[in-house]
Design a protein around this ligand. Structure first.
Ligand code: ADP
Length: 685
């Protein structure tokens, strides 16, 4: 579902020229040692350059998009990554068997594994990434810092040496001054990080950091840093070739984080001055040169509000957020990676690189922001990404690898898609981001879509008052109390509930639907966000009168086409989408996704009615099938008849063991609410 290939439409002349040269010396076939959106992303560029692709996949991914997008595919093991995407031997074997010249590792999995990079080399394949030695040099945060110190790259005040005795580290922390931050040297993904506010708390925090470090990385070494107040995370994209060229493709601001993990990324960084950009860019290039870097890399800095910045770490691979850089520079960084790995010089030099406009990326996750961003899993029962909506000029890009029906499994990262927008300036990019988020419809796992919309409209974010604590500080705004369900949402739900799925014209006039007895009055209840709501519906000559939250509204004229619902409410036309999954109705209206639960009262019909021997219709409907004969003796729960109401079939079952004395209606008969359907005598117990 790569909607748009980066670079296309931005600088076609350069791309064409490079494609021609590429056809001569570029790889003929590459293997992509990854899955999900990044595997699709790499495959898209390879295809554009005329390179054949080989996918590897786990058993869980046999039907996945990345397999479908590649020319060949090889099964490498069961679902757990340890047994598939992290199996160096199997991936190398797959590459050998398919005659692959080079391997792209994507991000995550084996992308920063020096053993894997070395194995590629040993087996005569090109690792599309830096040399194993550069991965090793940057692999340990402490060792990397020592190297950076020599290269004159600014460091956060702290201790990153070999000594690890608790007392010694505490002395270091005391000297740095609190608060300090403890980090696992081998760390990543925020694991092991502990903020220590006071000297008295140091020992306990150290023990806890070490425990998490050994569990996550098998290495309990730590480093101590000054903990900066309200810092920003600003990183520099660098690129180096084998001819000794190294450039920076400017910065990305990734300050908006939750649990030390990025949520929104943008380029350029708001408030960045030319001088500082150059200073940071040059520091990043120095960092890369210090380890003889080749390929795409990211040097991460932590910056104070006053602009002073310090090296944090270098990621020796393509980053998740690389598209924002592509959109502001008009480049395709995967193409750059392929060219550099094939031995070509960098496509552009520093003086050729320019920033055009502003780009923002949002990571769409299957997670529950209200429950501490806990990952969520499940099938994507309904999926509409803004891709499907016609946006002009490719200013909206979706990098995804999911289709409706695919599942988000607990085996892999719960990212559903990346939404990347570009605009002439930040305000325009933000407007596009909002529009795109509102166009997104996902039913299945919980997602962060609504949270992201609140986040990008929070004044602190729109005013670019960025720092890594933004989400926590604005918690109250970002997690407001749930709002009442809008009348429009309720109306759309009722229309879906009442009407058949594929009505074409004017179902209000049809004898179907609810208009069974001419005079119709009904009271319905639904739940939304753990609150119960009531709505009363009356059929009148002028339409349907809906009473909801002490407000009366007239609904008229509707059209339903599968999931789209349009209706007129007090003469105002509204449209939305309603997706039904069992008792839950997902109503999308104006960017809002509300889930209305409605328990079908018919499903429980008869349950409380056995005493009087009467089985009545709890709502108007039509008899569609009789399943027993008069005089039949039945067990409790035996289906007796099926009636249809609200375009759904409902089975009326025997409330107890007993005898069917009489059937009062025939197939095809209309029955009113409360009508006695049959006479039933429960067996005396
Ligand atoms: P990891 O590799 O585990 O992701 P990083 O060193 O990249 O860890 O840091 C992750 C995030 O933690 C940063 O983006 C920043 O938000 C925060 N952070 C790291 N170092 C500091 C520091 N010295 N002071 C304040 N915040 C920090």
């Amino acid at each position: 579902m790569m909607s748009r290939h980066p670079g296309v439409g931005r600088d076609p002349a350069t791309l064409k020229k490079k494609e021609i040269t590429g056809a001569v010396c570029m790889f003929k076939k590459i293997l992509i040692a990854n899955r999900g959106e990044i595997a699709c992303r790499v495959a898209a560029t390879a295809r554009r350059l005329g390179i054949r692709t080989v996918a590897v996949y786990s058993q869980a991914d046999a039907q996945s998009q990345h397999v479908a997008m590649c020319d060949e595919s090889v099964l490498i093991g069961p679902a757990p990554a340890k047994e598939s995407y992290l199996r160096i031997d199997r991936i190398i074997a797959a590459a050998r068997d398919t005659g692959t010249e080079a391997i792209h590792p994507g991000y995550g999995f084996l992308s920063e594994n020096e053993e894997f990079a070395a194995a590629c080399e040993t087996n005569g394949m090109v690792f599309i990434g830096p040399p194993a030695s550069a991965i090793r040099a940057m692999g340990s945060k402490s060792a990397a810092k020592a190297l950076m110190e020599q290269a004159n790259v600014p460091l956060v005040p702290g201790y990153h040496g070999e000594r690890q005795e608790a007392d010694f580290l505490r002395e270091q922390a005391d000297a740095i001054g609190y608060p300090v931050l403890l980090k696992a040297s081998a760390g990543g993904g925020g694991k092991g990080m502990r903020i220590v506010e006071r000297s008295e708390d140091f020992a306990a925090a150290l023990a806890s950091c070490q425990r998490e470090a050994i569990n996550s990385f098998g290495d309990d070494r730590v480093l101590v840093e000054k903990y900066l107040q309200r810092p920003r995370h600003i990183e520099i994209q660098v690129f180096a070739d084998t001819q000794g060229n190294c450039v920076y493709l400017f910065e990305r601001d990734c300050s908006v984080q939750r649990r030390h993990q990025k949520v929104l990324e943008e380029a350029p960084a708001p408030g960045m001055t030319e001088e500082r950009r150059q200073a940071m860019g040059e520091a990043a290039v120095n960092a890369a040169r210090a380890v003889d870097y080749v390929g795409a890399g990211t040097v991460e800095f932590i910056a104070n509000q006053d602009g002073s910045f310090y090296f944090m770490e270098m990621n020796t691979r393509l980053q998740v957020e690389h598209p924002v850089t592509e959109l502001i520079t008009g480049t395709d960084l995967v193409e750059w990676q392929l060219r550099v790995a094939a031995g070509e010089p960098l496509p552009m030099q520093q003086q050729d690189l320019r920033i055009d406009g502003h780009a923002i990326e949002a990571r769409i996750y299957a997670e529950n922001p209200e429950k501490g961003f806990l990952p969520s899993t499940g099938s994507l029962l309904h999926l509409r990404l803004p891709d499907a909506v016609a946006f002009a000029h490719g200013e909206v890009r979706i990098d995804a690898a999911v289709r409706q029906g695919d599942a988000i499994t607990p085996h892999y990262d719960p990212m559903i898609a990346k939404l990347i927008v570009h605009g002439d300036d930040r305000a325009q990019a933000l407007a596009r981001m909002r529009q795109s988020l509102q166009a997104m419809e996902i039913v299945g796992p919980a997602t962060n879509v609504a949270f992201l919309e609140r986040l990008i409209t929070t004044p602190a974010f729109t005013d670019a008052e960025l720092d890594t604590g933004l989400i926590e500080r604005h918690h109250a705004l970002l997690f407001p109390p749930t709002e009442p369900v809008p009348v429009e949402t309720v109306a759309l739900w009722l229309a879906k509930l009442a009407m058949p799925d594929t009505t074409s014209h004017d179902p209000w006039d049809s004898p179907q639907g609810w208009r069974l007895n001419g005079n119709y009055h009904r009271q319905l209840r639904f739940d939304c966000d753990d609150q119960a709501f009531e709505v009363v519906l009356d059929y009148r000559r002028d339409g349907w009168r809906m009473a909801y939250q002490s407000q009366e509204t007239i609904l008229t004229r509707i059209a339903i086409d599968q999931t789209s619902v349009s209706l007129s409410i007090e003469g105002r036309r509204i449209s939305g989408r309603v997706v039904r999954v069992d008792d839950r109705f997902h109503v999308f209206w104006q960017g809002q996704h509300r889930i209305l639960s409605w328990s079908d009262p018919m499903a429980h019909a008869g349950e409380h009615e056995s005493e009087g021997g009467r089985l009545t219709a709890p709502m108007p409907g039509k008899i569609v099938q009789l399943m027993v004969a008069e005089g039949a003796s039945v067990e409790k729960g035996t289906p007796l008849l099926i009636m249809e109401a609200m375009k759904m079939e409902h089975t009326i079952s025997a409330p107890a063991k007993g005898k069917v004395e009489a059937l009062n209606y025939a197939v095809g008969d209309q029955v009113a609410e409360g009508a006695q359907l049959l006479s039933f005598t429960p067996e005396a117990s």
